[in-house]
Design a protein around this ligand. Structure first.
Ligand code: UT7
Length: 328
């Protein structure tokens, strides 16, 4: 008997309407459009208005997904919500999304894995479906990255944007869907990318605000180096371990942190440009939303078709990194 596998049956994405071009930062920081575009690949990003949270972006992405699939929210039985910017400490954004969406028969939880929020959530959701216990699992990646931006730190504030993406996983008896997945963490890399305030170690206080502990701290060069090596290695590993060659890959959907990282990884994988999905130019790094929004755009533009061999891969805070091999 064929193994019960998890296939993506619908996708959705949503970005808040406010667009912030690179010229916005030129107005008050020692930076410029040319530096940002050539060093990161970003031209613009989207920001939420005050009061809009991760679950609000997620609910829009999920509504679009449900409409495409032609089912009601009550059919969903699981929600895995990848995010590092939940609406609040608790309840989880999965609970808030469940309520806003009207997914009355779903249970769900948030998954915190930095920029691997979607890859880890997708893997978890797929295993829930493969187990036989769940039939319609929503996997969401949504982040309001403006939550953690220090708008006076030119090293980081230019990089991030807000957005959401989602996929629906359902069972299949055929040899399709998630074929394999490899995930890693290495906590010794935590010191290179973190936000220290607001948790149990440094609960929010006047001092933590004064010390600027509620914004992202990143040692860009260190993260950059690890991201290229680890993302390429794990993506190659998941392909070759399953008896495929890199030439068999139809589409590579990498996390969108920096165009130079994406190009280096694609080069190490010997993939031509046509096989790599990029949306960092328009949206910046949206953390957990990068890969599901790219998948949605690839489906919508016809670049991703049924039967394609797809590799998703990410690297982020933790360090976390991972890759999944998917027969679409
Ligand atoms: O998604 C989670 C994982 N995150 C990542 O994967 C991000 C990985 N890192 C990166 O993408 C890159 O390291 C950055 C885009 C963050 C930085 O690019 P870089 O080429 O590594 O620059 P750098 O940090 O080596 O800095 C080079 C110079 C520095 O000036 P000095 O010290 O040489 O005088 C920076 O201060 O560029 C300066 N710089 C800027 N200049 C103009 C840094 N940010 C800016 C800026 N505008 N916005």
């Amino acid at each position: 008997m064929e193994k019960r596998r998890a296939v993506v049956t619908a996708t959705g994405s949503y970005f808040p309407p406010k667009i912030v071009p690179n010229s916005f930062f030129e107005g008050y920081l020692d930076t410029n459009d040319e530096w940002i575009r050539t060093r990161t690949g970003i031209s613009e990003r989207h920001y939420v208005e005050k009061g809009v949270a991760s679950s609000d972006l997620a609910v829009e992405a999920c509504k679009r997904l449900l409409k495409k699939r032609g089912i009601g929210p009550e059919e969903i039985d699981g929600i895995v919500f990848g995010t590092v910017t939940p609406d609040m400490m608790y309840p989880s954004s999965a609970c808030l999304l469940q309520d806003k969406l009207g997914a009355t028969n779903a249970y769900g939880f948030d998954l915190s894995a930095g920029c691997c929020g979607f890859v880890f959530s997708y893997t978890t959701g797929a295993m829930m479906v493969e187990s036989g216990r769940y039939d319609k699992v929503l996997v969401v990646g949504a982040d309001v990255c403006t939550t953690f931006l220090d708008m006076n730190d030119r090293n980081t504030c230019i990089l991030f944007g807000d957005g959401a993406g989602a996929v629906l996983l359902e069972p299949s008896g055929k040899d399709e869907g998630m074929l394999d997945t490899i995930q890693h963490v290495d906590g010794s890399g935590g010191k290179f990318l973190y936000m220290a305030g607001g948790g149990s170690l440094n609960p929010t206080s006047a001092e933590t605000v004064e010390q600027n502990l509620h914004t992202v701290h990143q040692e860009g060069r260190e993260v950059f180096k690890h991201a290229i090596m680890k993302m390429a290695d794990v993506a190659v590993e998941v392909v070759e371990k399953n008896g495929f060659s890199l030439e068999d890959v139809d589409l590579f959907v990498p996390h969108q942190a920096n165009i130079r990282i994406i190009e280096s990884v694609a080069k190490r994988m010997k993939l031509p440009k046509e096989k790599v999905i990029i949306n960092i130019d328009k949206f910046g790094n949206t953390t957990a939303a990068t890969i599901p929004s790219c998948l949605d755009q690839a489906v919508e533009t016809g670049r991703l078709k049924k039967g394609d061999l797809v590799v998703i891969a990410s690297f982020g805070a933790g360090f976390t990194w991972g890759s999944a091999l998917i027969r679409w």
